[in-house]
Design a protein around this ligand. Structure first.
Ligand code: 13P
Length: 334
């Protein structure tokens, strides 16, 4: 394994921002339903083409996560999406997990599927142009969740997945997502996120994963969505950075946050605040701090499009305007 090359690719992927356009068939079906459109592979292709051909995307986006369906699709002119992206200086990536499933007798706990044939699939995806991958572990907070079993199981799986990726010369995005669902406090979210991340980094080390060749994709630490007492932007930024500082090794090249259902404006503001704090104390936060947003980057654009060809240009403008803001936030420039 060429660890230098992995580290270089990871740096390239986080140099601007990452667009998560890797919605699974069931997730894209839900997203399309919100605008009254029935998802089909062709409709999905037209929508992804809208995003990937938006003028200026390469100025703000440095990585795009694709789904199995999308990595095999092309533009109207027959250019495969991975090639289109590479030409614009954007690194193509691929979601390789196959979604979550419940851990029986364990409340709301889940584990992530996708190990069957993974080593082979990684090689195929690499041949199709992917240079990085994503695997998402999910943790729900309630009275009994996440259980110790969930925390351990998901940490082992993220580590094994990351090792398999690096062995295939693919940079793994390691995504442990503590969900915002529920009415838990900011403190509870902090405690759970700390526990989850500590275990993930412990197993990454045990499995021999090179942390200079990974990208961490964590949640920001917030109170649960249903909690009336929401923290301020400064509090979220502060508590999130403090937690990461104590757990994430200095040689991790980048942290790319998920948006997790935050509004585009709030997700942008949180990212901006963290980068402002980083600018004030460079040596404290050694990693690049950026975004790997799905909904926060796409929400406004999909609405502006509404599935209509005549809205493509307007939707592309809306998308680029948000991508620019998120990029500026990743530099602490807003
Ligand atoms: P959101 O930013 O919508 O949370 O999506 C990011 C992602 O890729 C989740 O796996």
């Amino acid at each position: 394994m060429d660890t230098q090359k992995l580290a270089q690719t990871a740096k390239e992927v986080v140099s601007r921002t990452i667009l998560a356009a890797d919605e699974s068939t069931s997730t894209i079906t839900k997203r399309m339903a919100t605008i009254g459109v029935q998802s089909t592979p062709e409709i999905n292709r037209l929508y992804r083409q809208l995003l990937f051909t938006a003028e200026g995307i390469g100025d703000y986006v440095s990585g795009v996560i694709l789904y199995d369906e999308t990595i095999r699709q092309t533009t109207d002119n027959g250019v495969p999406f991975p090639q289109l992206l590479e030409k614009m200086g954007i690194v193509p990536g691929i979601k390789v997990d196959k979604g979550t499933t419940p851990i029986p007798q364990s409340g709301q706990d889940t584990y992530t599927q996708g190990f069957d044939g993974l080593a082979k699939r990684l090689i195929e995806y690499r041949e199709l142009g992917a240079r990085f991958a994503k695997w998402r572990a999910v943790y729900t907070i309630d009275l009994t969740s996440p259980s110790d079993i969930s925390v351990q199981r998901n940490a082992h799986d993220l580590a094994l997945y990351a090792l398999l990726c690096q062995d295939a010369e693919i940079v793994p995005i390691v995504e442990p997502e503590v969900l915002m669902d529920g009415d838990h406090t900011l403190d509870r979210d902090e405690g759970v996120t700390q526990e989850v991340l500590k275990n993930v980094f412990l197993q990454l080390k045990k499995y021999g994963v090179h942390t200079q060749g990974i990208i961490l994709k964590p949640n920001m630490i917030t109170a649960g969505k249903k909690n009336a007492q929401q923290a301020s932007v400064e509090q979220v930024a502060q508590i999130t950075l403090e937690t990461l500082k104590h757990i994430v090794p200095d040689n991790v090249p980048g942290i790319a946050f998920l948006s997790g259902g935050q509004s585009p404006d709030l997700a942008t503001a949180h990212l901006n605040e963290m980068n402002k704090m980083k600018l004030k104390s460079e040596e404290k936060y050694p990693w690049r701090i950026t975004a790997s947003y799905g909904r926060a980057l796409q929400g406004e654009a999909i609405e502006a499009w509404g599935g209509k060809a005549e809205n493509v240009a307007a939707a592309q403008k809306v998308f680029i305007s948000r991508a620019q803001k998120v990029y500026q936030a990743s530099m602490g420039e807003l």
